[in-house]
Write a protein that binds this ligand. Structure first.
Ligand code: FAD
Length: 499
């Protein structure tokens, strides 16, 4: 409520925000979480909280009147359609050279993502976060994050015969025939639930193609893990449909301005609260946009010049391949990926074998590659337009395409197959217009100290993916969670326990 004072205010309820809330609350600190998206705890008219991926509706997109699906076309037909403007779950946020997909709601990206919970290979960690002690991360914080998130491995005996992973077995066959290492990756999906889905015993979720607009069952989003535990402490309150617009020093602590939204996105109230400490966990884009604007417009002028810098797309690029008739990928495809092709050291690419859950046999193999892309973009404040811009260039995806080609050109040659040209618009092979993995913008040990304390101010912290300088070599949320676990432990010990 307006005029309230809180000990700790956390902006955003994704991985960074959820870890922060749980650990602060367990240390005896009262925490208020502010989330611009909806709570996602109430069923819609169809009885489900979340819309199906194949039937997007008002719940699917954040304040859009037309869907913007990552796969825009299929067999020559455009897939996008009109939807009512609503505070839906997936934001396709458009900057000049790239569309950045993000989750909106209590749980952040955990609501919409593929659940792939990958710890980077240890020998690659030095390139991911050079200032962080790897022994501590791999000895303590990665295990803590994996436990907190409920990460488990698929039962490979079941996987070998499950019809819903035929597409992944075809992916393995093609990878191995071309000599690439094929690796299983853990997930946060409840595998026992998926087995029951396949056996027809429970309502289908992953096997009904649910992922991009939320999973109604089976996936352990943050709502079921960190946030449930945080709420159980009795010290955490959450305000959904509230968006932070300003943070500025007050006589004691900080004044935080928050706009309340209705489900059409209109501002219904503007509130001002004070907080002793403010934790920015609005995601790489959300935190970077806020900090860039607050520095430029004079609310937080002492933030340093690293704010807005070091942003990368984790090298995301997608493609599909057309298989021969003997390599059918299956009508039923689990929406939760289980495996990847690791050509990072030789070619700079780690490719997820991704589902294409259309409900029909497509003879297509589909992949999301994470690549070693050297380009880093910067957020800047455009005063005349009144918005933050990102200077990512479309052409900067070329190193990612080249890296992905080290895998798929070889597989195509070996199998005598070709790329699909119907998935991203006419005759377009590469899905190079987007990222699911925004990282950076308030980089650790540059914009902040080595634990996320923002330079220039006491009591302001960054806790999310904006700390990571642009690439993690694998899917990012386990690293974001582990880094938040590491940083908040130090902040509690040094800033909150000592007078
Ligand atoms: P987020 O999870 O983005 O949370 C930030 C939260 O802050 C959001 O809920 C947002 O609404 C809120 N917010 C923003 N601005 C404000 C504001 N001003 N006021 C109040 N609230 C605000 N990663 C993996 O590791 N494995 C995967 O399989 C995977 N698949 C993905 C699939 C998709 C479709 C997408 C979009 C992402 C995927 N990711 C995956 C990426 C992963 O979800 C993100 O890296 C992760 O969610 C980032 O965590 P975060 O804590 O930095 O921020």
């Amino acid at each position: 409520t307006n005029g309230e004072h809180v000990a700790a205010l956390v902006i955003g309820t994704g991985y960074g925000g959820s870890v922060t809330a749980l650990r602060l609350a367990r240390a005896g600190v009262d925490v208020h979480l502010v989330e611009m998206g909806m709570a996602w705890d109430t069923p819609g008219p169809d009885g489900n909280v979340f819309a199906n991926t194949t039937r997007p509706d008002h719940r699917s997109f954040w304040l859009r009147t037309r869907t913007k699906q990552p796969l825009s076309n299929f067999l020559g037909f455009p897939l996008d359609k009109d939807v009512p403007r609503h505070t839906g779950i997936l934001d396709a946020e458009e900057f000049g050279g790239i569309t950045v997909y993000q989750g909106r709601g209590v749980g952040g990206g955990s609501l919409v993502n593929g659940g792939m919970a990958v710890t980077p290979r240890r020998e690659r960690f030095g390139a991911v976060l050079p200032s962080v002690n790897a022994d501590e991360m791999y000895g303590t914080y990665y295990p803590r994050a994996n436990a907190g998130l409920g990460v488990t491995e698929v039962d490979t005996r079941w996987w070998e015969s499950a019809s819903c992973y035929q597409y992944a077995r075809v992916g393995r066959k093609h990878a191995e025939r071309s000599g690439f290492p094929f690796v299983f990756v853990p997930n946060v999906y409840d595998w026992e639930y998926m087995k029951q889905e396949l056996a027809g015993l429970v309502p289908k979720s992953a096997l009904a193609g649910e992922v991009l607009y939320g999973n109604n069952h089976g996936k352990k989003s943050l709502q079921k893990t960190y946030l449930a535990q945080a709420k159980a402490t009795g010290r955490v309150t959450v305000s959904p449909l509230h968006r932070v617009t300003s943070v500025a020093p007050a006589a004691s602590g900080y004044t935080v301005v928050v706009e309340q939204l209705d489900t059409a996105g209109a501002v219904t109230a503007t509130k001002s609260v004070t907080a002793d400490r403010v934790f920015f966990a609005a995601g790489s884009v959300g935190t970077s946009k806020l900090l860039t604007r607050l520095k430029a417009t004079g609310a937080l002028p002492r933030l340093n010049d690293e704010i807005g810098r070091g942003w990368g797309d984790n090298g995301n690029v997608m493609c599909g391949r057309a298989n021969h008739m003997w390599d059918a990928t299956g009508k039923l495809q689990s929406a939760m990926p289980t495996a990847g092709i690791d050509n990072w050291d030789a070619g700079g690419a780690f490719a997820e074998v991704a589902p294409l859950p259309t409900g029909i046999e497509t003879y297509a193999s589909f992949y999301l590659s994470i690549t070693k892309n050297p380009h880093r973009a910067r957020f800047t404040w455009n005063a005349s337009a009144g918005r933050v811009e990102l200077d990512w260039q479309t052409a900067w995806k070329q190193p990612s395409v080249d890296a992905a080609k080290t895998i798929f050109d070889k597989i195509n040659q070996k199998e005598g197959t070709i790329y699909r040209t119907d998935l991203f618009g006419a005759y377009k092979i590469w899905g190079d217009h987007l990222t699911y993995h925004p990282l950076g913008g308030a980089v650790l040990d540059r914009a902040t100290d080595n634990y996320g304390r923002l330079h220039g101010y006491t009591g302001l912290y960054v806790m999310d993916g904006s700390l990571i300088p642009g690439n993690t070599s694998v899917n990012p949320f386990v690293t974001i969670t582990a880094l938040a676990e590491r940083n908040i432990e130090r902040i509690i010990a040094d800033d909150l326990r000592r007078p």
